[in-house]
Design a protein around this ligand. Sequence first.
Ligand SMILES: NC(=O)c1ccc[n+]([C@@H]2O[C@H](COP(=O)([O-])OP(=O)(O)OC[C@H]3O[C@@H](n4cnc5c(N)ncnc54)[C@H](OP(=O)(O)O)[C@@H]3O)[C@@H](O)[C@H]2O)c1
Length: 329
Amino acid sequence: MPKAIRIDAYGGPENMQLVDVAVGDPGPGEIRIRHQAAGLNFIDVYQRTGLYPLPLPLNLGMEGAGIVEAVGEGVTHLKPGDRAAYASNPPGSYSEARVMPAKNVVRLPDGIDFETGAAMMLKGLTAQYLLRRVKPVEGLEPGDHVLFHAAAGGVGLIACQWAKALGLQLIGTAGSAAKCELAKAHGAAHVIDYSKEDFAARVKEITGGKGVKVVYDSVGKDTFDKGLECLRPFGLMVCFGNASGPVPPVNPGMLAAKGSLYLTRQTLFTHIATREATQQMADELFAVVGDGRVKIRIDQRYPLAEAAQAHRDLEARKTTGCTVFTMPG
Ligand SMILES: NC(=O)c1ccc[n+]([C@@H]2O[C@H](COP(=O)([O-])OP(=O)(O)OC[C@H]3O[C@@H](n4cnc5c(N)ncnc54)[C@H](OP(=O)(O)O)[C@@H]3O)[C@@H](O)[C@H]2O)c1
């Protein structure tokens, strides 16, 4: 039987067990996929701890790549034998094989290997919507400054490169000098070590006192308040994660006091709600990866059985770029 990583209760990485799972035939709108690799994402931690509660027992993982083995009724965009990759609900990609909805699964271009496919879908589609679909009211033009937290992480290094390709001046924050160097080498115009420097003061300095048009904040609790200080009038705070913990409730009056700011909390899953949108976003991602504007950097690989260690390392801020799980077979 195929193996999968499952939790029976919310909690620490020690709850993650490698178990045998029965994988049947796909129903209408579903496929069966045999994974060649799966991707690690911070959302897997939120689901494991119960910050984002889902029914238990829960097979973890939202990102993977592999070969389509069977397609259910009504699935026309995939066929058995296709190379495919996805970011998708429900979780279950930390597995050798699974049955899943076909909607968010796309064909993987021949030039992109399975590990890259497994690493890039959730993180790359996130960078796509953040930079291409979520816009400040005054628009985003080449030369504009934006602030991107955790710039040396999985989403971060993709965003650094994509922002550069769009002509944006991305100011990246990261938690060490080495991580800052990595972000800079991947296209960040400026970097700030927010473990040592006051990032709001540095952003003011870099932008000549004006501030940035957009702050992309996936760190949450530790960076939110100071991030608002970095915005220019009518600027946009895009919250999209809680690596340091969720942002406490916000008083809207403060947005007025700081310059009629805009605040949004985004999730990829609204953007990929339809197959058409998923395909269009994936096509853009495949284009920038295909022509080398964005390189998918895989800095960590773990056998599937060691998924718990991967979670420990991610939560301890030991990882950079993307992390993938290799399959036992
Ligand atoms: N809403 C969405 O659509 C969406 C989609 C994808 C990802 N996300 C979010 O985007 C973020 C990045 O995801 P990822 O999978 O690529 O992870 P990642 O950036 O590779 O890892 C998270 C990084 O956050 C930073 N961080 C700051 N404070 C932290 C803390 N207290 N504990 C742990 N890490 C901390 C660390 O970098 P430094 O050491 O450099 O600070 C760490 O490496 C996550 O918050 C994730 O939930 C959201």
